[in-house]
Design a protein around this ligand. Structure first.
Ligand code: ADP
Length: 204
């Protein structure tokens, strides 16, 4: 399957917890025929499966802290080296701080690749907190307690939101209003990407 009109579709989706980036990320990745790679999902699957990696990260995740950069970046590199990510990928939850931004840039540069767009999902704090509470009730995630949510949001604001400035300087950020129905937001993302010539399924 072809990724986009420009031949590749290397995307990041960035937004606070409760912004809906997981759901939107899956839809965008499917449309462009690229794998969605969500570091949080990979970590949780390893915890659930009781793997070595899972044992190393379980306590960190349950506290809502960040897994060390070296470990996280290695995990992402291994995933992006797989054949299905050759034409593109959508990364959800990575990079999350400056160190990871640098790790990803080094990896892509060494491969002669570059990001095509960084999708910023903009959701006011009050809205994202309300959504997180709903999700806590529905999904029962162990890191969705009041205290851990507060820690994850604080880390987002302190470490993750600033990475958007770095990508803005590179002209990569497509800022999307994340308030609306699921379909409305998806539509806005596709329109935003289209303004950059990134159209799902178009011939290379
Ligand atoms: P959320 O964005 O709602 O906090 P995620 O599923 O993206 O949830 O991440 C869950 C947890 O997994 C994080 O709180 C953190 O412990 C760990 N994690 C995920 N991605 C990263 C990353 N890029 N760097 C470090 N830790 C990460």
């Amino acid at each position: 399957m072809t990724a986009s009109a420009t031949g590749s579709a290397r995307f990041l989706i960035v937004g606070p917890q409760g912004s809906g980036k997981g759901t939107q990320g899956v839809l965008v990745a499917e449309a462009f025929g690229v794998p969605q790679v969500a570091t949080g999902d990979i970590f949780r699957a390893n915890v659930a499966g009781g793997t070595e990696l899972g044992k190393r990260v379980q306590a960190i995740i349950e506290a809502g802290d960040l897994v060390p950069d070296a470990l996280t970046s290695e995990l992402v590199r291994d995933r992006l080296e797989q054949a299905d990510a050759a034409q593109g990928f959508l990364l959800d939850g990575y990079p999350r701080n400056r160190g990871q931004v640098d790790d990803l840039a080094a990896f892509l540069t060494a491969r002669g690749e570059a990001l095509d767009a960084v999708i910023e999902l903009d959701v006011p704090r009050r809205e994202s907190i309300a959504r997180l509470h709903d999700r806590a009730v529905q999904q029962g995630r162990t890191d969705d307690t009041e205290e851990v949510i507060a820690n994850r949001l604080a880390i987002y604001e302190r470490e993750t939101a600033p990475i958007l400035d770095v990508y803005r300087e590179h002209g990569l950020v497509v800022k999307i209003d994340g308030v609306g129905t699921l379909d409305e937001v998806t539509q806005r993302i596709f329109e935003g990407l289209a303004t950059r010539g990134l159209v799902a399924g178009a011939a290379a």
